[in-house]
Design a protein around this ligand. Sequence first.
Ligand code: SF4
Length: 387
Amino acid sequence: MARIIDAPLTSAPEGSCDPRSVHGTWGALDAAARRGLAFTPEVKAKTDHLYEKVKHVIPAVEWPAYAPLIAAINEMKAAKNAVILAHNYMTSEIFHCVGDFRGDSLQLAREAAETDAAVIVQAGVHFMAETSKILAPDKTVLIPDLRAGCSLAASITGADVRLIKARYPGVPVVTYVNTSADVKAESDVCCTSSNAAAVVEWAAREWQTDRVILLPDEFLAKNVATQTGIRIISWHGRCEVHERFSAEDIAELRAAHPGIVVLAHPECPPDVMAASDFAGSTAALQDYVVEKRPGKVVLLTECSMSDNVAMAAPDVDFIRPCNLCPHMKRITLEGIYDALANMQHEVTIPEDVRARAEHAIQRMLDLPKEKPRAFETGRAPVAVELV
Ligand code: SF4
């Protein structure tokens, strides 16, 4: 079941899934040298404490390739009053060694809104950088690689949402944050996988309706429908990483690893959710592992997540089916270095679009803060209306 999506994996060690290989770091150990950086005794002294955090995933022999970039990035952050927002799907050398704030989309959106830094570097995909710019319009927001997209965000446009609203007048529109600023601008309120069910319930109450439009993820919509009992109208968008997990995968895992605890992300198909032991956002999955300490666990989500959670739960045995997000893996240490050194790839949004999108995001942020809500597994799938 291990799969690498769109990934020219060349020389990772046998039996390992090394996400860093996807964007060529494995084969480009001279990235630091090409930028005039070297693994000196000073660099070693500045980064030894960081290596402790990632030694479970980065072999010692590779560290001299990463350490000079990490040291240089951390110095530039201080000099330029910059912070790095690192999503849970970043590789460990980014997540643990240069990330200032780490988390899921909701946690990073809150940090973007609150940071005092002048510059935000988004170690995540483009819609996340747009979300930061929407919430922090006076700050310079950089994305290390403009090609870091998302299959969900690419599935729908603002024009599509306008057509849907015309077809269902008066029905509230909730959009997943995994969408462009243009789509958010057409929405009543945003949600993330941490709060999707709570936002849908809130929208139904506010609009006094039993129908809610939830865009664009078909599977998230179906999974929210099973949790809330609210009639959901949705779209045919899918996350190209999570749609590939299947209930057969889970049966194989349980047969191969008796007693394993299966955790799923709600962008997975409903039959995967039904066959899992627990389901929730990346933040909820992390909380579960850290609090419950299962002996052996599998996270049905993006590949790097297990590496990053493993640091907080070293006693847990992670089985790692490897579904990589090719968009997330476009974000590299060298890309972050170049973005900061050259102040390149700034994200901009027309002000009228930004202001309307901010309204939808702010409505979500203003809802009572609650723990990432788990999805109850084992429930029978509920149909949704797909536009
Ligand atoms: S993991 Fe899925 S939802 Fe997240 S950025 Fe990649 S394609 Fe988009």
